[in-house]
Design a protein around this ligand. Structure first.
Ligand code: SF4
Length: 265
């Protein structure tokens, strides 16, 4: 007997994937929701996932890699992951996801909006078919925010200072977000600094281009002031824009590199 096609959706703890769950949880009751848990996420992300479960009445399967980040860091000879070498995504997210799907035929629902020009993680596995409901329905950022508000979810708490979900040390963070990580979670910032410093043979790797986190922190005031100026400029242009949107617009201006799509949706 052929197995039924599975319907799967990855939640990252970010707004777009959450809004997609809001949109489809009644339409596709057999949907299997999953969260790729690197073990290096912010507590705010776990809290938001709990809120999603409670509000939508859904279950979320946490997919953890067999071996964690520290193991893989050793395997990769101490090289911190970077946009050019995203071994973290492969080892901590893609492989656990491919194990979860196995050889089953599955439709994967991806929360990329109609106003975005990017592709989600598209598995090379032929049994996994990605679909993009927001794109198909022409849904834009404002529609996504409205969906979240209408369902009492709002945005995750970290949106006040960071616009992307993912590991606390993610190298896709912008300078302002690093400064705010130090403000909000000094222990996690210190852990990220340790990862930069602990190389047995004295090699030097940094999470952010061109400077260590401690050097970046010395420029804290300058980074905060420049961010504040950008926020003011943006607010003057669109006084009614919600602060979270102003923040993400300003951060995208600083660095619009397309981040890890397995992690930041
Ligand atoms: S969130 Fe960033 S650090 Fe974490 S797995 Fe994704 S790309 Fe890597």
């Amino acid at each position: 007997m052929t197995k039924p096609v599975r319907h799967i959706m990855g939640l990252s703890g970010g707004k777009d994937s959450t809004a997609l769950a809001v949109l489809l949880h009644k339409e596709i009751p057999e949907m299997e929701y999953f969260f790729c848990d690197t073990g290096k996420e912010l507590q705010e992300t776990y809290d938001y996932l709990e809120k999603i479960k409670a509000r939508l009445g859904i279950k979320i399967k946490y997919l953890s890699p067999e071996k964690g980040f520290d193991h893989w860091l050793e395997v990769y000879d101490g090289y911190l992951p970077s946009p050019r070498s995203r071994w973290c995504t492969k080892q901590l997210k893609i492989i656990p996801l491919e194990k979860f799907i196995g050889d089953d035929e599955a439709v994967s629902y991806v929360g990329i909006r109609a106003d975005e020009n990017r592709d989600g993680y598209v598995s090379t596995k032929p049994n996994l078919k990605p679909v993009y409901p927001f794109k198909e329905r022409g849904m834009l950022k404002a529609d996504i925010i409205r969906l979240l508000e209408d369902h009492g979810l709002g945005l995750p708490d970290y949106y006040q200072w960071r616009s992307r979900s993912g590991c606390f040390f993610c190298f896709f963070q912008r300078k302002y977000e690093w400064v705010m990580l130090h403000e909000k979670h000094p222990d996690l910032f210190a852990e990220a600094v340790r990862y930069e410093q602990e190389h047995k043979d004295g090699r030097k790797y940094t999470w952010t281009d061109g400077e260590t986190l401690l050097e970046l922190l010395e420029r804290k005031q300058e980074i905060l002031e420049s961010h504040e100026r950008s926020i003011q400029r943006e607010t003057q242009k669109a006084p009614n824009k919600p602060l979270s949107e102003v923040l993400s617009g300003v951060l995208d201006e600083e660095d619009d590199t397309l981040p890890c799509l397995m992690c930041h949706l």
